[in-house]
Ligand binder design. Structure first.
Ligand code: SAM
Ligand code: SF4
Length: 348
């Protein structure tokens, strides 16, 4: 039997399916990441080429359509939504979507959150909190303003710091995400750890993933986190802990700072066994795995009729195709990315 759990804007009543979405490997899909735009005001060297071609604006789903899609997923058992991109806060009127989805926090959704580069955070922090967002991820790969400019190409370090200040003042809990890059921020990690923990933020380090053509050689950027961890252990005492945020990070407690340090190791460690997520792009394409090319077009089902039945059926069919895991390997001979689309399409 279905249960009506609420309504949103003009959308039809939200109907919670009795059965949660279970993929062919028995994993419940409870987490939806939504890339609300492929555009960004930065051009991080490991993520994008400087002259990226973005989607024509007419191809994007409207915010109302994104809301309807997200609501369909909530009705089907999704408990956590993360808005990402590209840079989610550069999408025009994005706070409208945040407010709409925020209404479902506590009735359907456990958590609404966002991953941002922080450039626009100062002006949105209070409103994010007001909409029901409580935790955010901010990506920051260095504490050195010059290096920051180098890695982001277009970013302004001071603005991101203002954003972090404003977010903390507004009451948002922040987790910092840093991509570990060989010969770039390797030596800076102890300082980043002290900075994050000194301000009450968790820090997660991520290995670079081979996604999309960029202008640099990814094998030059790749730093295995096993090496980073060993280096950090010369200065800090790291103890594995059971802390879970619903993501693939494995956490440690750092005795000297009292804070948490997470490791996301898609390449050195298979992080797929407990995968609970799917990824929606701003054109309504659903990727069942970050590291595979198979996708489902939900836009057709969304636009075919106002009745959500077709959409629910399309989502169910897509979940039956969720693969066991990714195939990331860096092709050292051809230096090709393992997955042709950039991270900004699916939002990481
Ligand atoms: N623009 C926002 C930001 O930077 O936080 C959200 C989108 S960004 C694609 C999400 C995360 O993916 C960021 O933490 C970024 O550092 C990370 N990322 C981008 N490209 C990556 C790659 N090739 N390998 C690993 N992480 C990557
Ligand atoms: Fe933009 Fe985020 Fe990609 Fe950097 S990592 S270019 S901020 S989408």
């Amino acid at each position: 039997m279905n249960t009506i759990v609420g309504t949103i804007g003009n959308a039809s009543p939200l109907v919670a399916d009795a059965a949660p979405m279970i993929d062919p490997f028995g994993r419940a899909v409870t987490y939806l990441r939504v890339s609300v735009t492929d555009r960004c005001d930065f051009r991080c060297t490991y993520c994008m080429a400087e002259n990226m071609t973005f989607l024509p604006k007419k191809d994007l789903l409207t915010l109302e359509e994104l809301d309807r899609l997200c609501s369909a997923f909530i009705a089907k058992g999704v408990r956590k939504i993360r808005l990402t991109g590209g840079e989610p806060l550069v999408r025009k009127n994005i706070m409208h979507l945040v407010r709409q989805l925020g209404r479902q926090v506590g009735s359907g959704l456990d958590e609404l959150t966002i991953t941002t580069n922080g450039s626009q955070l100062a002006r949105h922090a209070e409103e994010l909190y007001d909409c029901g967002v409580r935790r955010i991820n901010v990506s920051l790969d260095t504490l050195d303003p010059e290096k920051f400019r180098k890695i982001t190409r277009w970013g302004d370090f001071a603005k991101v710091m203002e954003g972090i200040d404003a977010a903390q003042k507004a009451g948002l809990k922040i987790k910092l995400n840093a991509v570990a890059l060989k010969d770039f921020n390797e030596a800076e990690m102890p300082d980043m750890l002290r900075f994050a923990h000194g301000r009450g933020m968790d820090l997660t380090v991520i290995e670079t993933m081979p996604m999309g053509e960029i202008e640099e050689d990814r094998t030059d950027q790749y730093l295995p986190l096993s090496k980073l961890r060993a280096d950090l252990e010369e200065q800090f005492t790291l103890t594995d802990i059971d802390y879970q945020t619903g993501g693939p990070a494995r956490y440690t407690r750092v005795a000297e700072t009292g804070g948490r340090l997470g490791f996301i190791t898609p390449l050195t460690h298979n992080f797929c066994e407990s995968c609970n997520r799917v990824r929606l792009t701003c054109t309504g394409t659903l990727y069942m795995c970050l590291g595979q090319n198979d996708a489902a077009d939900l836009r057709a089902a969304l636009r075919a009729t106002e009745d959500d039945g077709l959409l629910h059926a399309a989502i169910d069919e897509a979940i039956t195709r969720k693969p066991k895991g990714h195939d990331f390997i860096i092709d050292r001979t051809h230096k090709r990315p393992a997955v042709a689309r950039h991270m900004s399409v699916t939002g990481g």
